[in-house]
Design a protein around this ligand. Structure first.
Ligand SMILES: *[C@@H]1O[C@H](CO)[C@@H](O)[C@H](O)[C@H]1NC(C)=O
Ligand SMILES: *[C@@H]1O[C@H](CO)[C@@H](O)[C@H](O)[C@H]1NC(C)=O
Ligand SMILES: *[C@@H]1O[C@H](CO)[C@@H](O)[C@H](O)[C@H]1NC(C)=O
Ligand SMILES: *[C@@H]1O[C@H](CO)[C@@H](O)[C@H](O)[C@H]1NC(C)=O
Ligand SMILES: *[C@@H]1O[C@H](CO)[C@@H](O)[C@H](O)[C@H]1NC(C)=O
Ligand SMILES: *[C@@H]1O[C@H](CO)[C@@H](O)[C@H](O)[C@H]1NC(C)=O
Ligand SMILES: CC(=O)N[C@H]1CO[C@H](CO)[C@@H](O)[C@@H]1O
Length: 861
């Protein structure tokens, strides 16, 4: 991810062709002040799981930002017990909708009105016409009444009331605080390669949100790929969409995890990552050669810092072209040697690839693609030319009949040469350096100089009469025109559909195609992919990171909310570049970032070209902070992996906001400077320069310090914790059991370590947990689910399902909050153990319990 854009301070201009609307244009937050007539309800027809109704424009069209559509269809279906589908579409069916072949949604229609936890009603009044409400019991969770529905060919506006000071989470991607400011927030959904502005649209588009009312959550998702603004202001949520239909799904919750589960049931659950993806990844832009990368690998090892996966940015390519190797600095033979060495030491290799293909008849991927007609076109049918690292380039059209096959062929050829373990599929917004088309009909051997050094040309005027380029309503995107930095919105795909409609789907389709290609190439090996650009459902195929952020404490802080956002979006494997990407890091920042990054689901150190080196071994304090924090991560891999399995099966996020677990504690609603890994591990990092203590919030529960087992009795208040530079505060929640393994420097070696359990008793001397395990690599692997329960001084290990054989035995049980254990019986037989007593904990060692069978372990005093 590299694009440095020079367009920094271009202010949003409210471009409105409706002159009567100047009041609204002056205040971007105010709803349009023009009178729109709304709709009235006509013919109603019951269906098996709901009903449909016709809607007719209730007065003269307002043509606010387009042409009012006179005839609409409302369909309401009670899909599942906890999911309600409300769809308002044009009766003629002409508006663009996301094809179900591209993004299939869960087809369930199994509930019906009688069983639904959500209710629907509608009303119409003279002033605003038709409006609807979604209720959960007496609670109205979505309410459009009183605000006219505006439904035009190029603009849809739909507004729902929110309570004062509502608790809203989600809607992005945009760097922001986790709890959205509902007094003045505009979230713009228009995928953009972004290295910048707080709150502005960036790489991905996700309309889903969660709202907390009282201590219950509910959620809503709008299924629409158009550019849009979602405005939170004035006690409303207002959708201003550049077209399509108003296709809403509502989720009952009532917990945050329930909403996310219901949402990911609809759009698809996260993919099952290989176990190795949980290790530490290292990358930078600017490693000069394969030999330097070899030194990095060796230096991690010398410093005893775990390094699982070695990444390369564009440096390895021959003149920036995909599927090639720089013959001087990264020759294939040396890359192959390096890969063999890495694999021999159980380490992995990941390389960047871009969708853009150099426009060069002598370059085989282009020649084969052109022969198969797989590239995006101009409206006149010629190839659309963009410009990225290798100069003039073309872009795969994922709607093309042959594109997936061609792409998997290119990947397969490349993997035949170098069998890397995963790909970073970058710049799939898609990103380009030209402003608009670089010019059609370019000869296919005219290639601008490499490396690309020219800044993007200044913004140029667009044809404002072409709504694809300049729609009447201007979304509040960070750049000026929709087409800035990306492929022009007039470019067309194989089905003749303009990029305007499908732009936000590009990265999703690229991800899907790449995932499927890898699954074909290695049929029983789980792919690992990282993508900047995401859409609803991308979690099925890719992991994600915050993108090109900066090496400063504020970006470190905001990385936590971004990670929590992506838990909602169904993309749990998420992190930020450890130590920061752009600019020089500092020793202190890098140490603090390593302490947070060790608990990101996806933990990668990545650095910008020209910035000072920041591998985790570069400073003694950073190395020590990394060894300690990553030591915790690696020892808890079984716990983390179990929670990732909950993501795969139920959609639950791995990194969780406190409010997800303690929704009854009002003070947790805005906390985004601490987070939980799974449901049991609380991370309270230092996020401020110069601090050596941290004020951390402890919800009412017993909490045990990870390092010395000392107890904090949470009182729904802050506690000031010591946090010297190399120390990150980690607490275990009372009432939970965490499975772990004695760690090593790779995940493969760590899987050989003895198991241990941390039994953190709650105030009733009870705790529970689970363990999921499998081979971590294949799809059709046997697995094993184990339930763990501790009450009244007895620990029960119960097999739930599966036949995977866990080889190492359980050798250690740490009973936190359980004093003075002296003897232990395993299945009624006394066993010799050693017991350490520290801070009210009993640490029992010397066991060897088979985890493949039920067991009862009792502790005596
Ligand atoms: C907020 O809503 C009220 C009541 O609907 C309305 O009168 C007012 O104009 C709105 N303010 C803005 C900024 O939209
Ligand atoms: C549709 O179903 C509702 C009950 O859900 C009933 O009250 C209504 O009469 C039905 N309408 C028609 C036209 O069958
Ligand atoms: C690796 O460590 C050696 C010895 O400390 C040092 O000279 C070298 O610069 C390091 N190289 C890299 C790429 O970290
Ligand atoms: C076009 O591709 C060929 C084959 O890879 C390569 O030799 C040539 O340098 C490329 N042209 C340019 C201008 O990069
Ligand atoms: C501007 O766009 C309109 C609508 O697509 C088109 O009719 C017109 O020819 C375009 N003008 C130019 C100068 O391209
Ligand atoms: C806890 O401390 C944080 C950080 O200093 C502060 O922002 C927050 O308001 C405090 N919370 C409470 C409940 O005192
Ligand atoms: C891409 C991204 O997340 N950028 C954010 C990095 O953090 C800064 C805060 O310093 C935000 O302003 C950016 O938006």
């Amino acid at each position: 991810m590299l694009f440095k854009c020079n367009i920094v301070a271009l202010f949003y201009l409210s471009v409105s062709t409706v002159s009567a609307n100047t009041a609204a244009a002056a205040d971007p937050v105010a709803p349009p002040s023009i009178f729109c007539p709304g709709y009235r309800v006509g013919y109603i027809q019951n269906t098996t799981d709901g009903f449909t109704a016709s809607l007719k424009l209730a007065g003269p069209p307002c043509n606010l930002y387009g042409t009012d559509i006179a005839d609409l269809t409302l369909s309401v279906s009670f899909d599942t017990d906890d999911r309600l589908h409300v769809h308002v579409q044009d009766a003629a069916g002409k508006q663009y909708q996301i094809p179900s072949t591209v993004l299939p949604l869960d087809p369930s229609h199994k509930a019906g009105k009688a069983r639904s936890s959500l209710q629907f009603d509608y009303s119409q009044d003279k002033a605003s016409g038709f409006g609807f409400r979604v209720r959960r019991g007496s609670d109205i969770i979505f309410d459009t009444t009183g605000h006219p529905l505006v439904f035009e060919d190029q603009y849809i506006e739909i507004t729902s009331k929110l309570p004062a000071d509502a608790n809203i989470y989600g809607i992005g991607e945009a760097p922001d605080f986790f709890r959205r400011d509902t007094t003045n927030t505009i979230k713009t959904l228009w995928n953009r390669e972004a290295a910048g502005e707080f709150g502005k649209n960036s790489y991905g588009s996700h309309t889903v949100y969660l709202e907390l009312r009282g201590d219950s959550f509910h959620g809503a998702y709008l299924h629409n790929s158009h550019g849009m603004d979602i405005v939170l202001a004035n006690n409303t949520i207002q959708y201003r969409i550049l077209g399509g239909t108003a296709d809403f799904y509502f989720f009952n919750g009532p917990s945050a995890l329930d909403v996310i589960s219901q949402y990911t049931e609809l759009v698809g659950r996260p993919y099952r990552v290989p176990y190795w993806a949980l290790g530490l990844h290292n990358c930078r832009y600017g490693y000069t050669s394969v030999y330097e990368v070899n030194d990095v690998i060796a230096n991690y090892s010398k410093a005893n810092i775990p390094l699982e996966a070695v990444w390369s940015d564009v440096d390895y390519m021959d003149t920036g072209r995909g599927f090639t190797f720089d013959p001087i600095n990264y020759p294939l033979s040396e890359m192959q040697k390096q890969l063999e060495a890495l694999h021999a030491s159980n380490q992995r290799r990941v390389l960047i690839v871009h969708p853009a293909i150099q426009h060069n008849v002598s370059y085989d991927p282009y020649a084969r693609g052109a022969a198969n007609n797989v590239f995006v076109k101009n409206p006149d049918g010629s190839e659309y030319i963009t410009q990225v690292w290798p100069g003039y380039s073309v872009l795969p059209d994922w709607f093309g009949a042959n594109t997936d096959k061609w792409w998997s062929g290119e990947l397969a050829r490349f993997l035949d040469e170098l069998s890397v373990d995963g790909f970073w599929i970058d710049m799939n917004e898609p990103s380009t350096f030209c402003v608009g088309s670089c010019g059609s009909g370019r000869p296919a051997d005219e290639v601008p100089p490499y490396p690309w050094t020219v800044d993007p040309p200044p913004h140029r005027p667009v044809n404002v009469s072409n709504y694809l380029l300049a729609p009447p309503y201007s979304i509040h995107q960070a750049l000026v025109e929709l087409s800035d930095s990306t492929i022009e919105t007039t470019a067309v795909n194989a089905q003749g559909i303009a990029e305007f409609y499908t732009h936000n789907l590009y990265g999703y389709m690229h991800s899907k195609s790449t995932y499927n290609s890898l699954s074909e190439y290695r049929p029983n090996t789980r792919p690992f992919l990282l993508s900047p650009t995401t859409f609803a459902g991308s979690g099925k195929y890719v992991s994600h990171w915050v993108g090109d952020n900066h090496s400063n404490f504020f970006d470190l802080r905001v990385s936590i909310s971004s990670m929590l956002d992506f838990g909602i979006f169904g993309i749990p494997m998420m992190g930020a570049d450890i130590c920061g990407f752009e600019d020089d890091t500092t020793e202190e920042l890098c140490a603090r970032w390593a302490e947070v990054g060790a608990f990101y689901p996806f933990a990668r150190d990545h650095n910008m070209y020209g910035a000072i080196p920041q591998e985790l071994y570069r400073w003694p304090t950073v190395a020590e902070a990394s060894r300690r924090a990553l030591g915790i991560r690696y020892s808890l891999l079984p716990y983390i992996y179990t929670h990732l399995q909950y993501s795969v099966e139920k959609g639950w996020p791995l990194a969780r906001a406190l409010v997800f677990e303690f929704s009854h504690v009002a003070a947790t609603a805005g906390i985004d400077t601490q987070f939980l890994v799974g449901d049991a591990l609380l991370i309270s990092p230092v996020l401020t320069e110069g601090e050596t203590s941290v004020d951390a919030f402890f919800p009412s529960s017993i909490w045990y310090d990870w390092y010395d087992y000392s107890v904090i009795t949470g009182a729904n208040a802050n506690v000031t914790l010591d946090a010297p530079l190399e120390h990150v505060n980690v607490h275990v929640r009372g009432g939970r059991i965490l499975p772990g393994q004695n760690p090593a420097l790779t995940t493969t070696e760590s899987r050989k370590g003895d198991f241990f359990l941390i039994v953190a008793a709650n105030e009733n001397n009870h705790a529970s947990g689970s363990l999921y395990y499998d081979d971590g690599e294949t799809f059709d692997t046997p697995h094993r689910w184990i339930d763990l329960d501790y009450s009244d001084n007895v620990l029960t290990i119960k097999q739930v399902e599966g036949s995977y054989t866990i080889a190492p035995c359980l050798s250690k049980i740490s009973l936190l909050g359980v004093r003075d254990v002296q003897t232990v019986m395993v299945n009624d037989v006394h066993v010799a153990v050693t017991v350490d007593h520290a801070n009210g904990a009993s640490i029992v060692e010397g066991l060897c319990i088979d985890l493949n069978a039920d067991a009862v372990i009792s502790f005596d005093f």
